[in-house]
Structures are given as structure tokens and as C-alpha cells.
Design a protein around this ligand. Structure first.
Ligand code: CA
Length: 204
């Protein structure tokens, strides 16, 4: 049974997502403010969290950072009206797995949830899943990179980016291919978000 936590203070939106996801067989818990969302996410093992940023009692980003700071790795999809690139980078940099803006289509949210569930199940099998190119090895289960026998930890977004390069060795990937694979949806191809993340990765 897939358990999803929805942190959303707008009752109409919460009810809309709740109804749609229940119809798909998911088990849903709704939190209407930041504290409840944080407490629920700390106390239960949810398979995924849908997180609004503008919440009563605190910002969704603070909830996310608090969870990640405690080592809670529940996949998080931010769902917000904030569509500024700086908000997106802050959300993804803060450890969100995906970022979606309102207004949104339920089908798209569902597709992104399924994508997260899929990547979770392939990395949680308990088997070591390794990808290697040259003297760099990526462990897909622990989501760590090993470079010349030294293990380094990559933030999730950088890891997926590295994974994407590793799955296409020797190939030149277009910006759009990277956006599709790493961010999982159509993103403004003029955006510099890929350059920013490739920059982070090179520095890691
Ligand atoms: Ca809100």
C-alpha cells in the first residue's frame, strides 16, 4: 500500500488531489499546516510527500530542510504557485525530488508520482546496483559515488544527473534530454538550471 502525505492548506486543492489519488489506490494523509506536516512526516514512513510551500505556521521549504536535516529521505514533490527560478532552485537544492507549479493537471502530478515510486523501487531492492565509467562508480542503492576508491555523497539532484551521464557513456546529451530525465517534465529549454547543476556536479 503506497502511503502519500499531502501538505496543503487549500481545502479545495487538497480534496482534489486526495480524491484523484485514492481512486488510483493510494492511501492519503492530509496535513493543512507546516507543523502537522513535519510531525506526520517524522512519525510515519510515507512513500512520498506532496508539499505546498505557502503553509500556515511555516514555509514548506523549512519543513523539507528539517526533514532532510534529520536524514528523512521520503521523496518530496513540491507543488506550489511559486514559479520563480530561484524558488525552484531553492526547493531542489533543499532536497526536493521534483518541483511542480500550480495550476497543474492531475495527470501530470500522477505521472510524476509514478516516476518517483519507480525510481524508489529500483534503488530500494537491497541489491547493490552499480554503474561505472572509468574510475568512477555510482552505487544506485546508497546513491553514493566512488571516485578512485573514495566514497563521496552527492545531493539527490546531482546524483540523478550523474546517473544520467553514466547511463549514456560517450554520448552527448542535449539540455532537453537532461531536463526530461532529471527533472522529468518539460522545462523551459532557455533555463540555466542544467548549467547550474552540472556546475555543482563538476565541483563535487
Ligand atoms: Ca498554500
Amino acid at each position: 500500500m503506497t502511503q502519500i502525505l499531502i501538505a496543503e492548506d487549500e481545502p479545495r486543492i487538497a480534496a482534489f488531489i486526495d480524491k484523484g489519488l485514492r481512486a488510483q489506490g493510494f492511501t492519503i494523509t492530509i496535513a493543512a499546516d507546516a507543523n502537522t506536516a513535519l510531525n506526520l512526516a517524522q512519525a510515519n514512513e510515507f512513500d512520498l510527500m506532496i508539499l505546498d510551500l505557502g503553509l500556515p505556521g511555516g514555509d514548506g521549504l523549512e519543513v523539507l530542510e528539517s526533514l532532510r536535516g534529520q536524514g528523512i529521505q521520503t521523496p518530496v514533490i513540491i507543488l506550489t504557485a511559486r514559479d520563480d527560478i530561484n524558488d525552484k532552485l531553492a526547493g531542489l537544492g533543499g532536497g526536493a525530488d521534483d518541483y511542480m507549479t500550480k495550476p497543474f493537471r492531475f495527470e501530470e502530478l500522477l505521472a510524476r508520482i509514478r516516476l518517483r515510486m519507480k525510481s524508489k523501487s529500483t534503488t530500494n531492492t537491497g541489491d547493490e546496483v552499480m554503474l561505472s565509467v572509468g574510475n568512477i562508480v555510482l552505487n544506485l542503492r546508497t546513491r553514493r559515488a566512488i571516485v578512485e576508491n573514495q566514497e563521496i555523497e552527492l545531493p539527490s539532484r546531482e546524483f540523478i544527473l550523474a546517473e544520467t551521464f553514466f547511463q549514456h557513456p560517450g554520448q552527448v546529451l542535449t539540455r532537453q534530454q537532461l531536463l526530461d530525465r532529471v527533472w522529468g517534465y518539460d522545462y523551459d529549454p532557455g533555463s540555466n538550471v542544467v548549467d547550474v547543476y552540472v556546475g555543482y556536479l563538476r565541483k563535487s
